[in-house]
Design a protein around this ligand. Structure first.
Ligand SMILES: [Zn+2]
Length: 126
C-alpha cells in the first residue's frame, strides 16, 4: 500500500450473499422483471434483518452492467464500485455530527471514510 493512500475494503455483496429475506428478494426481482421500479424504496425491519446489506445488494443489481436473471454479476466495473461504496450513482445519507472545531454544518459525504470503514466491518451497522 502506498504511503498516504486509503485502503478500501470490499464486501462482495450480492443478493445471493444475503441470508433469508427470500420474500423480499422475490418482490424486488418482480419489480425488475416488470421494468417498473419505484424511484424510491424504503428497506425497513428489525435490527439484524439485513435491510441495509439487502438494499446495497439490490442497488448493485440495478446498476450492474451484466446483470443476471436473479442477481448482479459481482464482477463488472459498476459492481466493483458499489462493492467499494464508491459508485458515483450510489448516494448515502445518514445522520452526522459536527466534528470538534468545525463551524460549518456537516454532510454525510464528509463522513464517508468512517462510514465505509464501519460498514465493511459490520454491514448491518447495528
Ligand atoms: Zn455487475
Amino acid at each position: 500500500m502506498l504511503k498516504g493512500s486509503t485502503k478500501i475494503l470490499t464486501l462482495g455483496m450480492k443478493l445471493a450473499d444475503i441470508p433469508g429475506q427470500e420474500g423480499v428478494k422475490a418482490l424486488l426481482r418482480q419489480g425488475l422483471e416488470s421494468g417498473q421500479i419505484p424511484h424510491a424504496q424504503l428497506f425497513a425491519g428489525p435490527p439484524g434483518s439485513g435491510k441495509l446489506p439487502l438494499a446495497l445488494a439490490y442497488a448493485q443489481w440495478l446498476m450492474c452492467h451484466q446483470p443476471g436473471e436473479l442477481d448482479s454479476c459481482g464482477e463488472c466495473a459498476s459492481c466493483r464500485k458499489v462493492d467499494k461504496l464508491i459508485h458515483p450513482d450510489l448516494h448515502w445519507v445518514f445522520p452526522v455530527v459536527t466534528r470538534p472545531g468545525e463551524s460549518e454544518k456537516p454532510g454525510s459525504e464528509q463522513w464517508m471514510r468512517e462510514f465505509r470503514q464501519a460498514f465493511t466491518q459490520n454491514p448491518h451497522l447495528e
